[in-house]
Every structure is written in structure tokens, then in C-alpha cells.
Write a protein that binds this ligand. Structure first.
Ligand code: NAP
Length: 244
């Protein structure tokens, strides 16, 4: 898809690995200036080696104070991708407070906080913007041992809708992308076991997992003017899993 994002400035959280890293690189290829945010400096070092134009900020976005500090001088941002997240699997009856707090701190609270910081800047400048939250098929379908992850992504879907409602009048569009399994580091946590992955594959009408590129293409579409009238949607990139 041809989407020119020239003159736009984009920020991607969790840009060190997987979908976030590929998104940051794709945005650069579309002509945007990109700020890659993650918490592991070596990932940012290798990203700069691959893409010398990449701007970076190393921060754990669960730390609100450190995040405000890291983002205060980054300049205007037109496009935000809230991608950083963590996953851990536990049967419902064994879910711990620690696991709950870790997933909600990262997947929900940090997403809300980064969005507040960036959307306040967008509102002040009055030129609008676009935000894409990376959710999951797990937001809308129960998956074994995924109680906290499913709940955190359900919260992301609902945050997406309220953000769309409240930020829309400021010309800021907010949507989510909800992928099925993608075999990144995170994907491998849940789906390396062939018994599990085959069961999941059999529930996806297209019979395959998503590639990183499938997710990146949907993100770029929702950030670009090609989706100028799309606001508040949760877009499955799941080969039909949620439809079946
Ligand atoms: P990934 O390979 O594990 O990469 C996640 C990135 O986020 C890493 O660079 C990680 O940094 C960073 N990150 C995590 N917590 C952070 C924090 N507190 N502060 C800053 N950076 C942080 O994951 P992925 O598979 O690309 O997933 C990307 C998004 O897609 C997530 O929102 C995920 O929930 C969603 N998703 C994934 C799948 C899948 O099957 N892979 C399916 C549906 C949805 P470190 O490595 O340094 O921790």
C-alpha cells in the first residue's frame, strides 16, 4: 500500500523487537520521522545501526515519571503507535497479584499515560493526529490460561473507543489493530507447543498465523489519511478467527 507520511512525526512504543520494531522501520520508509521507544538500550543501538535516521528514547513506560521525563523534549508527534505489551500465561485459579499488576501496568496503564502525553500535545497544536493501539484477538475471545492478558486487551479495546469519542473533536483519530498469533518473541510464549498452535490454526479460517508485515500494513493504513473517516474501530488482523 502506498501511504506517504512525509512531514509526519511518529512515536512507536515497544519498538525494540517484533511488531513494534517492524512498524518503526516501515514508518521511516513511508517518509515519517520516527521516535522508537523501548526499555532495552541494546535493541535501540541495533535499530540505529540498521536505520541511522531513527530517533530513540530508552525508558520503561511503566515508570510514569521517567516516561514524562523521556518524552518532554521529543517535539511534536502526529502519529502514535501504542505497541509495547507483555504476556504471561496462568490458569485462572492461579493468577497472581504480581502477574495482574505487571500486565495491567504495561498493557493498559502505560498505554493510557503515553497517550495522554502525546494527545495533549496534539490537542494544543490543533492539527489533529492518529493513534493506533495494538490490541489482540484475545480482547474479544476467551483463550485458555490468558485471563489477565485477555482482560488487559479487552481494556485496550474499550480505551480505544473512549479515546476516539473524546479526542475525535480535536481531529485525533484512535483505532486498534487486533492481531491473531504472530510468531514474535511474545507469540512464542503462548504458541510454540505444536499441540496448542495446531488447535489455534484450526480455528483460523485462512489456516495460518499473521505475519508481522500483515499487522504493520494495518497499522500504517490506520495512521494514514487513507483511513481519514475511520475512528474508534477494533480491526481484526486474524484471518477470520473472530468471525468464526
Ligand atoms: P515482543 O516481540 O515481545 O516485543 C514487545 C516490545 O515491547 C519489546 O521491545 C519490549 O521490550 C517492549 N516493551 C515491553 N514492555 C515495555 C515497557 N514497560 N517499556 C518499554 N518497552 C516495553 O511483542 P510483539 O509480539 O511484537 O507484540 C507487539 C504487540 O502486539 C503487543 O501489544 C502484543 O500484545 C500484540 N500482539 C501480539 C501477538 C503475537 O502473537 N505476537 C498477537 C496479538 C497481539 P523488552 O524486550 O526490552 O522487554
Amino acid at each position: 500500500m502506498e501511504a506517504s507520511l512525509a512531514c509526519k512525526r511518529a512515536l512507536v512504543t515497544g519498538a525494540g523487537k517484533g511488531i513494534g520494531r517492524a512498524t518503526a522501520k516501515a514508518l521511516l520508509e513511508c517518509g515519517a520521522e520516527v521516535i522508537a521507544v523501548t526499555r532495552t538500550q541494546s535493541d535501540l543501538d541495533s535499530l540505529i545501526q540498521e536505520c541511522p535516521k531513527m530517533l530513540t528514547a530508552c525508558v520503561d513506560i511503566c515508570n510514569w515519571e521517567a516516561t514524562e521525563d523521556a518524552l518532554k523534549d521529543i517535539g511534536p508527534v502526529d502519529l502514535l503507535v501504542n505497541n509495547a505489551a507483555v504476556a504471561s500465561l496462568q490458569p485462572f485459579l492461579e493468577v497472581t497479584q504480581e502477574a495482574f499488576d505487571k500486565l495491567f501496568d504495561t498493557n493498559v496503564k502505560a498505554l493510557l499515560h503515553v497517550s495522554q502525553i502525546i494527545a495533549k500535545g496534539m490537542k494544543c497544536r490543533g492539527e489533529g493526529g492518529a493513534i493506533v493501539n495494538i490490541s489482540s484477538q484475545a480482547s474479544q475471545c476467551a483463550l485458555q490460561d490468558h485471563a489477565v492478558y485477555c482482560a488487559s486487551k479487552g481494556a485496550v479495546d474499550m480505551l480505544t473507543k473512549v479515546m476516539a469519542l473524546e479526542l475525535g473533536p480535536h481531529k485525533i483519530r484512535v483505532n486498534s489493530v487486533n492481531p491473531t498469533v504472530v510468531m514474535t518473541a511474545m507469540g512464542r510464549i503462548g504458541w510454540s507447543d505444536p499441540a496448542k498452535s495446531e488447535r489455534m490454526l484450526s480455528r483460523i479460517p485462512l489456516g495460518k498465523f499473521a505475519e508481522v508485515e500483515d499487522v504493520v500494513n494495518a497499522i500504517i493504513f490506520l495512521l494514514s489519511d487513507k483511513s481519514a473517516m475511520i475512528n474508534g474501530v477494533t480491526l481484526p488482523v486474524d484471518g477470520g478467527f473472530l468471525a468464526s
